[in-house]
Ligand binder design. Structure first.
Ligand code: PLP
Length: 399
């Protein structure tokens, strides 16, 4: 037996596993502590009734002779593919149902998509970044080139001048920074991809949070993107489906990747369940307003946090078009994580866990209730004032 030797190149600790371990150690030492999690990016608002009704009615379908279904199409049922097409159309983007592939979530889509590529590929990955891109590409044996997203470029990596890559990842609105690309900025990436015959793997898992004018909700708003891009999307953060599991991938028909992905899915995937696809459809049709309410509630929490950050003079980005706020703590990220947990019983995510450029930075999320967010902000206020007073004496300062 020969194991995948690329496994040896993975980092030992997955970021969120280390966060969970430190929280476990803390609660073992201080049992019953009232900890507020602004760490892991999981949703907290329960499912919309519309999704639950769609779930029940789909289950009833399956219990009748006429409504029973076995294996579904590898690329998803037409009712959901058409709902996705209409969802894009409402935003002025034309795609065809044959370009939509239903998945059981964006992460699976993004990771499994690498089956279509040879090992001999150079891939651009922004730094900091959602860790799954890095690990999936390490496993695939690709050569990774990092492009920094820092305060100097508004936390949005732009095409490097002297690197020729075959593939590149963009995530907008971004996890972890919350920064989002304008159509003009994305055009630079599309031009880069066309010039280098590269493919853009565009992660739009948080597109529902975009409110600003000129900010792209889909890579396909950009001229030329149909010739070089693939888009991954998800019901997870727009409809609270992190446990339900449903998403989609858009692959333009002119691309060989469209046919190859259908073939790959036919080999390794038997489809997202009928019940779940009906739930997804309900969120893009009659239940769409419920998704808007969920997103608005998380964004209200983000406002509570950024208002306090403004008051305290903290340097941050995000929170406007995303559920993430990325702020400068100025010390080693894990040191800050430990201090915030110990002194304020708040869990955050250390920026260094998302890449080298993240050191000195912290990600917090707005995925909580309003009450808990307000309580967290109250605790943070006291913590930050004390922290800044002793920072230079007690901690290792970063620029
Ligand atoms: N892409 C990004 C940037 C994410 O942050 C996440 C989840 O946190 C995902 C994809 C995964 O989404 P899904 O739940 O659809 O697999």
């Amino acid at each position: 037996m020969k194991l995948n030797r690329n496994f040896n190149n993975l980092k030992e600790n997955y970021l969120f596993a280390e966060v969970a371990k430190r929280v476990r150690d803390y609660t073992a030492q201080f049992p019953g502590s009232d900890i507020i999690s602004l760490g892991i990016g999981d949703v907290t608002i329960p499912l919309s009734n519309k999704a639950v009704e769609a779930c029940k009615s789909a289950a009833v379908d399956l219990s009748t002779v006429s409504g029973f279904r076995g294996y579904g199409p590898y690329d998803g049922y037409p009712f959901l593919k058409n709902a996705v097409v209409d969802y894009y159309k409402r935003r002025g983007v034309d795609i065809h149902a044959d370009e939509v592939f239903v998945t059981d979530g964006a992460k699976n889509g993004i990771g499994n998509f690498l089956d279509l590529f040879d090992e001999d590929n150079t891939v651009i990955i922004p730094d900091p970044v959602y860790p799954a891109y890095v690990d999936a590409n390490v496993l695939a044996g690709h050569k990774i080139v990092y492009v920094s997203a820092t305060r100097e470029n508004g936390f949005l990596a732009m095409p490097p001048k002297r690197v020729k890559a075959d593939m590149l990842y963009l995530c907008s609105p971004n996890n972890p920074t919350g920064a989002a690309y304008t159509v003009e900025q994305l055009k630079e990436w599309v031009d880069y991809a066309l010039e280098n015959k590269a493919v853009i793997l565009y992660d739009a898992a948080y597109e529902a949070y975009i409110e600003g004018k000129g900010i792209a909700r889909s890579i396909f708003e950009v001229t030329g993107a149909r010739d070089c891009a693939v888009e991954f999307c998800s019901f997870s953060k727009m409809a609270g489906f992190t446990g339900v599991r449903c998403g989609w991938t858009v692959i333009p028909m002119g691309s060989p990747l469209n046919r190859m992905w259908l073939h790959r899915q036919a080999i390794k995937f038997n489809g997202t369940s009928y019940v779940v696809q009906r739930m997804g459809e309900s969120m893009l049709r009659g239940g769409y307003d419920d998704t808007k309410r969920m997103v608005a509630a998380y964004k209200d929490n983000a406002k509570i946090i950024t208002k306090k950050f403004d008051e305290l003079g903290i340097e941050y980005t995000g929170g406007k078009n995303a559920p993430y706020i990325w702020f400068f703590c100025g010390i080693d990220s894990w040191e800050f994580f430990d201090a915030l947990l110990k002194k304020a019983r708040i869990v955050c995510t250390p920026g260094s866990g998302f890449g080298k450029s993240g050191d000195g930075w912290i990600r917090i999320t707005s995925f909580n209730t309003k009450e808990r967010t307000e309580e967290a902000v109250k605790r943070f206020d006291g913590f930050w004032k004390e922290f800044t007073a002793v920072k230079d004496k007690l901690y290792t300062s970063l620029k």
